[in-house]
Design a protein around this ligand. Structure first.
Ligand code: HEC
Ligand code: HEC
Ligand code: HEC
Ligand code: HEC
Length: 154
């Protein structure tokens, strides 16, 4: 018995063959060379990700030179706030030790970012003060030590 292949099936087989060849050719050109070098990703991306400059050093890096401040901070309400939360990215300063490479945020608005009265904040999480009423004639840090807020400067 002769095996009958319908003509539309032949055309379909040709179409499939064309698609598969096209797929392989495109794949060859579109997939980056280092793909699959280590796993299901571009091997070169490891080097790319290591390129951007490091900005944050992490609190541990500050303590080599400023353990005294951490000792104050650890005793009071700001214990869990890390240095760079207030002082900003510190990697440059860690390497240089220069005062000009680190922020010293001393405005009332700065403390107000966390402590300013704001109806949208859940009461009881962070103690809020009305900036426009609470000792308006001075900066916060003239009375509160930022590293130990309840150790008042008099
Ligand atoms: C290698 C030692 C070293 C490390 C690490 C270091 N500092 Fe300092 N830091 C210094 C020195 C020295 C000064 C004083 C510079 C001066 O007075 O000229 C200083 C000053 C400062 C000042 C005061 C700046 C000013 O304008 O008066 C701040 C704030 C500060 N450091 C924060 C940090 C933070 C945050 C970190 C961690 C991200 C850190 N430091 C890590 C050495 C260091
Ligand atoms: C809640 C915010 C906050 C945190 C957290 C904080 N600081 Fe500060 N820091 C300040 C402010 C504000 C000043 C400026 C004080 C002034 O001018 O009297 C300051 C000043 C300093 C100074 C200058 C010297 C001094 O005592 O005034 C150094 C050094 C410093 N901080 C280091 C650190 C280090 C290191 C950490 C982490 C262990 C840290 N700070 C965590 C807000 C903070
Ligand atoms: C990143 C957020 C943040 C910043 C910035 C910040 N604080 Fe705080 N502060 C806290 C948290 C969290 C606590 C502990 C929870 C609480 O008691 O409100 C706290 C506690 C306090 C308290 C004790 C409140 C109480 O009744 O228990 C005072 C006072 C205070 N901070 C003053 C300041 C001053 C002054 C500044 C600016 C130099 C400042 N804080 C900047 C987050 C912040
Ligand atoms: C003239 C000194 C002075 C200045 C300036 C000052 N405070 Fe106070 N702050 C106090 C005293 C004293 C208390 C405790 C008595 C009270 O609640 O008024 C206090 C209390 C607080 C409390 C706790 C409030 C509570 O209900 O428990 C927070 C938070 C606070 N201050 C944050 C700030 C911030 C943020 C600034 C700057 C915008 C600031 N303070 C400026 C003296 C000062």
């Amino acid at each position: 018995m002769k095996f009958y292949v319908p003509p539309q099936l032949k055309r379909l087989a040709i179409a499939f063959a064309v698609f598969i060849v096209l797929f392989l050719v495109l794949r060859k050109f579109l997939v980056p060379d280092s793909f699959g070098q280590y796993g299901h990703y571009r091997g070169d991306s490891l080097a790319d990700n290591a390129l951007p400059e490091i900005h944050y050093a992490g609190q541990q890096a500050c303590l080599d030179c400023h353990q005294d401040i951490e000792d104050l901070k650890a005793k009071d309400v700001h214990a869990r706030i890390h240095c760079e939360t207030c002082h900003g990215p510190g990697q440059k300063h860690v390497l240089s030790g220069e005062a000009s490479d680190i922020l010293k945020p001393d405005s009332r608005e700065f403390c107000g970012n966390c402590h300013g009265k704001n109806a949208a904040k859940k009461p009881g999480t962070i103690v809020q003060v009305q900036l426009s009423e609470h000792n308006t004639d001075k900066k916060c840090i003239e009375c509160h030590n930022p590293h130990q807020p309840w150790e008042m400067k008099e």
